[in-house]
Design a protein around this ligand. Structure first.
Ligand SMILES: O=P([O-])([O-])O[C@@H]1[C@@H](O)[C@H](O)[C@@H](O)[C@H](O)[C@@H]1O
Ligand SMILES: [Mg+2]
Ligand SMILES: [Mg+2]
Length: 316
């Protein structure tokens, strides 16, 4: 089981390690003088296994809501741009998840895609926080396109919950059990690379987006794919179906759950500059190997989408 208690402002956790679900004695942490506590081990402050059970049940219930909604007529509206779609099913699923969890865990905090779009501040504190994308790939959902959409929940104590592919019953287990293994390919000319377009479609953004794709296609790589769901695409890195993923314009709720799966499967997740992942930065590079991740980082010209915590509609 992937587990840990990561209080953002108290220490940096150097890695997520498998620990059993039992309280561990809190050892002395050696302050490194920078006010941060370099943690070589994670300390399970509390037993979170109950959260996992509750969340897997909600993921399944939400999946049933989505599965029945996909066959029905939808009321579709848009958010930050005309291509950033949302339906009543997105709202219904997010409301179901947050209301159930809030009843059960009144002290926990929530970051939800549709709550954020309605103006609720995206704020990560050291309180246990659920990061929720009720339907990732809403455009696919609206078009009933090969049913590529996925529900993702992440619990900010670095406990990955269930990310359930609602239509193909394609479920990534919560980190435990059979481990997913990333591709260990180091040769970019043998890599399949995934990306997503993001919501901006102005000519300048599209020129940069297409320029980045052209650079990666002419490496040459085996190919570049856009499947319409960043979370599902990131999960494909963890399952070894593709070697790398990059994107500007996704959100913390697209990244949070999948990043845990990828790390647990032995891959790497980072910022598009090659530095550590900043969950709120609206950009990511992930790969099965560091070599391919570093190659992708070197090809990219940045696209500015702002940040989830300061500029949620990303039209900076
Ligand atoms: O809105 P949603 O379907 O949850 O998530 C989508 C992401 O999965 C996709 O990668 C991105 O390009 C879209 O703009 C949108 O953010
Ligand atoms: Mg999404
Ligand atoms: Mg969504």
């Amino acid at each position: 089981m992937l587990y840990g208690s990561r209080r953002r402002d108290r220490f940096e956790c150097s890695e997520v390690i498998d620990v059993s679900c039992r309280p561990l004695p809190v050892n002395t942490l050696h302050q490194d003088g920078t006010g941060r506590f370099p943690v070589t081990r994670l300390f399970v402050m509390e037993d979170w296994s109950d959260c996992l059970d509750v969340a897997v049940q909600i993921a399944r219930r939400a999946g049933q809501v989505v599965q029945s909604a996909v066959k029905q007529e939808k009321q579709v509206s848009s958010k930050s741009t005309p291509t950033d779609l949302v339906t009543e099913a997105d709202h219904q699923v997010e409301e179901l998840i947050i209301s159930t969890l809030r009843d059960k865990y009144p002290s926990h905090r929530f970051i939800g895609e549709e709550s954020s779009a309605a103006g609720v501040k995206c704020e990560l504190t050291d309180a246990p926080t659920w990061i929720i994308d009720p339907i990732d790939g809403t455009c696919n959902f609206v078009h009933r396109y090969r049913n590529h959409h996925i529900l993702c929940l992440n619990h900010r104590v670095n406990m990955f919950l269930s990310s359930q592919h609602t239509i193909l019953h394609f479920q990534f287990p919560h980190g435990g059990g059979e481990h997913r293994i990333c591709c260990k390919e180091r040769d970019v000319s043998k890599a399949l690379i995934l990306t997503e377009i993001g919501a901006k479609r102005d000519p300048a953004t599209l020129d940069i987006f297409l320029g980045n794709m052209k650079k990666l296609l002419s490496a040459p790589t085996h190919g570049v794919r856009i499947i319409g769901s960043s979370t599902l695409a990131l999960c494909h890195i963890a399952s070894g179906a593709a070697e790398a993923y990059y994107q500007y314009g996704l959100h913390c709720w697209d990244i949070a759950a999948a990043a845990v799966i990828i790390r647990e499967a032995g891959g790497c997740v980072m910022d598009t500059t090659g530095g550590p992942l900043d969950l709120m930065s609206r950009r990511v590079v992930a790969a099965g190997t560091r070599e391919i991740a570093d190659y992708v980082v070197k090809q990219l010209q940045p696209i500015n989408y702002g940040r989830d915590d300061t500029d949620p509609d990303g039209l900076a």
